[in-house]
Design a protein around this ligand. Structure first.
Ligand SMILES: Cc1cc2nc3c(=O)[nH]c(=O)nc-3n(C[C@H](O)[C@H](O)[C@H](O)COP(=O)(O)OP(=O)(O)OC[C@H]3O[C@@H](n4cnc5c(N)ncnc54)[C@H](O)[C@@H]3O)c2cc1C
Ligand code: SF4
Length: 487
């Protein structure tokens, strides 16, 4: 079939996602909810692309992936080449294909979305890369030559790993440090299996190790070694530590047992799934089995908590959020999946107290309506008088978002400048922090964001580090002396 006949088929071919497992089946395990495409289906769906002159999907993909090109190659059955194109701009296409909120990024801006449903960009990206793994097309990184320079990366999340890959390709010795015992950051310990199965992350870790990236785990920079000490070992440092200070709620009864932070709950579940023995899971503290669960918050973390609780066999799962469905930060697709799985959403509800005697037994809340927009343009929730109600809860999970930890204190490095939000201040052209030779990327720069943005930042930081280290010594910014304090 000629290329022209293979493409632009959105008029005659309807949008199809790969088969989605029925809610009743998928809540009995933690496996991903979509099956893989059949080869012919992937080609057919890729052929719906209209190959438009200005591909808005590409513009709105944080990595500016050459989407129309790899869709065309997929439609032509040239999968190895499609993978080459997809991986030229994205370090982990199979991960983004699974967990990007495509409705807000590439697919949400697909030109055919206006009259026909968008091309299934994410699932084709996932399919192409999974095929590349299965067929052995993904080879370990082999730099043409070692350049004798060494980079230290703090944080083995997507930001740190994307930078590691790019720098290793250029012949740097790359050493990644992480305080966790596994590589992957929130892709391992935050995001549940039903969105991203852990072997998908683990095979990438293995690929990086085979390519010569070195990892030291269970080491916390600031506690076990100072930033200054680490900097002495490497020609440049990248901080990609993410944001982990959970926002809290001020309300009477918040200290009762059974009220837990979202990430503790998700880490316990993910660790258990990975085969670790987690005492707080086994003794029921971080386990929803047989409980009435209330999750407070409306972001993706809240969605992951409610869907985890359903899978753990909770008696009931409710999500309390102070805005409405249209104004929630979480992906609409995730809300839809959660509703299918039996989660009840209580919109426009603001918790005011936790009830119980020693252990939480309920969350008292008030109804709100959305008032005038604030300076950011978001409508502010306003409490409706005398509208109290109580929802039963044996486990209340606080999923109110994350702020950065105090890195200058943690790292004993007062020279590290922050923004007013507590994120690391960088020169956005070079990604360098206020300390010469120390760069930063990912959530610790942006605030809580997305895997795809962390990948983008990691790649940009790697390019900037390489530019700087490729210059003659005299042309580089001279490093200021770092403080020698060890925390
Ligand atoms: C529950 C949850 C669900 C999410 N779902 C999605 C989703 O569906 N799609 C999506 O795109 N994004 C999602 N995100 C957001 C996404 O996971 C993050 O934006 C992304 O992981 C940020 O990458 P990062 O590399 O900046 O940081 P992280 O992934 O947080 O990695 C930082 C790493 O640094 C390590 N570290 C921190 N401090 C130190 C230190 N002092 N010393 C040594 N190591 C340190 C940490 O242990 C961690 O491994 C989700 C986030 C959460 C919490
Ligand atoms: S990386 Fe994310 S936004 Fe970009 S094409 Fe892939 S799924 Fe879409």
């Amino acid at each position: 079939m000629a290329t022209s006949q293979r493409m632009l088929r959105f008029v005659s071919v309807e949008k199809h996602m790969p088969e989605k497992r029925q809610a009743a089946a998928r809540i009995s395990d933690f496996q991903e909810i979509y099956a893989e495409f059949e080869a012919s289906r992937a080609a057919e769906q890729a052929g719906r692309c209209s190959q438009c002159g200005v591909p808005f999907c590409q513009v709105h993909c944080p990595l500016h992936n050459n989407i129309p090109d790899w869709l065309m190659l997929t439609a032509q059955g040239r999968l190895e080449e499609a993978y080459e194109v997809a991986s030229a701009t994205n370090t982990f296409p199979e991960i983004c294909g699974r967990i990007c909120p495509q409705d807000r990024l590439c697919e949400g801006n697909c030109v055919i979305e206006k009259g026909f449903e968008s091309v299934t960009i994410g699932t084709v990206e996932k399919y192409v890369t999974d095929q590349a793994f299965q067929n052995g097309w993904i080879k370990p990184i082999r730099p043409p030559r070692e350049n004798g320079k060494s980079i230290g990366i703090i944080g083995a999340g997507p930001g740190g790993l994307a930078a590691a890959e790019q720098l290793r390709r250029k012949g740097y010795r790359v050493h990644v440090y992480d305080r966790h015992d596994r590589v992957g950051g929130l892709m391992i310990y935050g995001i549940p299996n039903f969105k991203l199965e852990k072997p998908v992350v683990e095979r990438r870790t293995q690929w990086l190790i085979e390519g010569g990236v070195e990892f030291t785990l269970n080491i916390e920079i600031g506690r076990d070694i100072s930033l200054a000490e680490l900097h002495k070992r490497h020609d440049a440092i990248l901080i990609a530590t993410g944001v982990y200070k959970a926002r809290d709620i001020q309300a009477p009864g918040v200290g009762l047992k059974g009220i837990v932070p979202a990430l503790d709950y998700l880490i316990a579940s993910n660790r258990t799934g990975l085969g670790d023995r987690v005492e707080a899971y086994e003794n029921g503290t971080l386990n929803a089995t047989g409980k009435h669960v209330v999750v407070i918050g409306g972001g993706d973390t809240a969605m992951d908590c409610v869907r985890t609780a359903v899978r753990q066999g909770a008696k009931s799962v409710k999500c309390l959020y102070r805005r409405d469905r249209q104004n929630m930060p979480g992906s609409q697709r995730e809300v839809f999946h959660a509703e299918e799985e039996g989660v009840e959403f209580v919109w426009l509800a603001q918790p005011e107290a936790f009830i119980g005697d020693g252990h939480v037994r309920g969350v008292r809340a008030q109804r709100v309506h959305l008032g005038m927009p604030d300076a950011t343009g978001r409508q502010m929730p306003q409490v409706i008088g005398d509208s109290h109600f109580t929802v039963e809860a044996d486990l209340a999970i606080k999923a109110l978002g994350f702020d950065p930890e105090d890195l200058p204190v943690m790292f004993a490095e007062p020279q590290l400048e922050l923004t007013k939000w507590g994120t690391i201040k960088i020169n956005h052209r070079t990604m360098e922090t206020s300390i010469p030779g120390v760069y930063a990327a990912g959530d610790i720069v942006r605030g809580a964001s997305l895997v795809v943005w962390a990948i983008r930042d990691g790649r940009d930081a790697a390019a900037s580090i390489h530019r700087s280290l490729s210059q003659p010594q005299a042309a580089r910014t001279q490093p200021r002396v770092l403080s020698e304090a060890v925390a």
